[in-house]
Each structure stands twice: as C-alpha cells, then as structure tokens.
Write a protein that binds this ligand. Sequence first.
Ligand SMILES: *Cc1c(COP(=O)(O)O)cnc(C)c1O
Length: 339
Amino acid sequence: MPQVKLIDRPTPLHDCPRLAQAVGVKHFLIKRDDLTGLAFGGNKSRKFEFAFADAWAQGCDVVITGAAAQSNHARQAAAAAAKLGLKCYLVNRHDHRSRQGIQGNLLLDYILGAEVRLADGVDPGQAKERLAEELRAKGHKPYIIGHHAAVLGAVAYVGCALEMHEQLTDRNLQADVLALASGSGTQAGIALGAKTLNVGAQVLGFSPSLGDENARRRGIAQLANEAAEVLKLDTRLSPDEIRNTHAYVGQSYGIVTPAGLDAIELLARTEGILFDPVYTAKAMSGVVDMIRRGVIAKDATVVFVHTGGNPALFAYQTELVEHGNYTQRIVTDQVQAIA
Ligand SMILES: *Cc1c(COP(=O)(O)O)cnc(C)c1O
C-alpha cells in the first residue's frame, strides 16, 4: 500500500519487571508507540504514514484537521505536514485547555508551523469545510483528514500487531492481554491483526471519553472490517468480539482522574516511562484495577500499547502538582538540604 515514511520501526517492546511486581502480574511489557520518533511520537504518526500517502497521491498541498486544543492527533499532523512540505491548518476546539494558554501540544502546533484556529461556538466540522472552500477558491487542493484516513489508521495498526507478534515470538512470549487506550482505529487495527494472526490474546480497549459503549463497539468492528477489505483479508469482527470500556474515564474526556494521576507516578517511578493524563494513564488505571480484581489473572502476560500523548503533561501542570503535592524546597544556608 502507498505509504510515506514518518516513523522508526519496529518501536521497542520494553520488558517492565518493576512495574509487573508493583501491580502483581507475571509479565508486563510496554509497546513503545510513544517512541515513533516524530515530534514526541504517538500512534497518529504510524497512522499518518498511510493517510498522508493518500493526500500525496491525490496531489493535495494542504492538510486540514483538528480536535481538542491538546490534541495529539493535531500535533502529529502538523509534524507530518512539516516533514512532507505540506501546509497544515488546524481547527481545534477553543476549550478549557486553550483558555489556559498556549502550552503542551498546542504550543508544539505553533512551533511546527501549523495555522491554528480555535473553534468557539461553531461546529469544528463545518469550520473545516468552510476553510477548505476558501482554500480551494485560492487554488489550493486541501485534504481533510476524515473517515478514510481513520480506516487507513486501522490498517497501520494491523502492522503494529504484526510487529508485536514478531517481537513476542522472538522472546518466546505469548500475550494474554493486549491493553491500550483507544476508542477507534488503533483498537480496530490491533483486534483485526490479533484475530488474523490467531494469537489468542484478549484485546482490551479503554476509551478516553464517555458515550454509548455499544455504538463504540460497533464503530470499532466496522473500522476493523473496512480495514480488512482494504487489506483483502477474510477476517471479520463482530461488535460482541470487541472489548472496550469507558469505566475509567471519570467525569469526562480530558479531565484528570486521581487513579490516572497515580498511574502516571507509578509508571514513572517503577520504569522511568511517562504516560499522559488523558489517554494512557486512565487506561493504565483500568489495567491496574482489573489485575487487582482478578479480571486479569496474576499469571498473565500483559502487553500495554503506549499510544503517546506525553506533551499534554505540561498542559496539566496544575493538576499534577496538586495531586503529587510537589513543593519547591528552596535551599538556603539557614535550611538544611535534607529535611
Ligand atoms: C488519539 C490517541 C488515542 C486513541 O487512538 P484511536 O485510534 O483514535 O482510538 C490513544 N492514545 C493517545 C495518546 C492518542 O493520542
């Protein structure tokens, strides 16, 4: 399939023995798709290798996308566009995070040269369409990252499933659980890959947002099946084969949970690996809870797919500092350094 090169592959599969011991499970491994290599990495860069090839094949010179103000998708689109010499327009939501200023992913969007717009009181989808019209009138050929790109994203994650399968086989390991933060294409691709390869692992998706869980399972199965058609695979998935929960979202998308913030410190302090507060940390809090409740067996081999998102840490400085009770201990000659 047409593909542009954006990432370094295979991404590492790290063994995490101190984390495994801390959470009480036999093997814990992390597939480091936060290390895809482009502008702080993440799962979107792997997906964009196909979506940007599609834009390229259509002769587009401008890419339009956008999501939340702290969107990892938007930041990686801006980076991919920069690398390929395309202009990137982002129509992000003017939400609680952007009202706090230009930080985290949003800051990176500007540094990467994207034209950033913040939709306030207008539908971002319509704003993107209007922008595309204006650009066409000026003689440009815009590519809006939409449903077809999402299908190609699932295709990319079939590739990731294959990569993990090879890495695990090389180490004589078999995954019992493949866990990840996902509400759509990433899980669709991994579930399709796992079923096609017949690896027998449970794929557990943790949605970053609340919503109709049945509709989400149907959406994931449909993306998987559309990806299967693109890849000419016979495998098909039905919604009841998809396991995805929003039980660990808390109040809503983008609002931290105490268990998620605990997970950030746990990963950092056992393995020196950073998780983000919006996606991976909440998913990890779910994995920890499921191990504790025996839903994931103690003798299991768990592979967690790290989908990236770390730049958001800086946009959540207030919550992190408060939760961890981080204080600045100033050393003067009146105060001892160890106290
Ligand atoms: C976008 C994103 C996800 C979700 O990916 P989908 O394929 O849309 O389900 C998960 N984790 C991080 C860090 C993300 O940025």
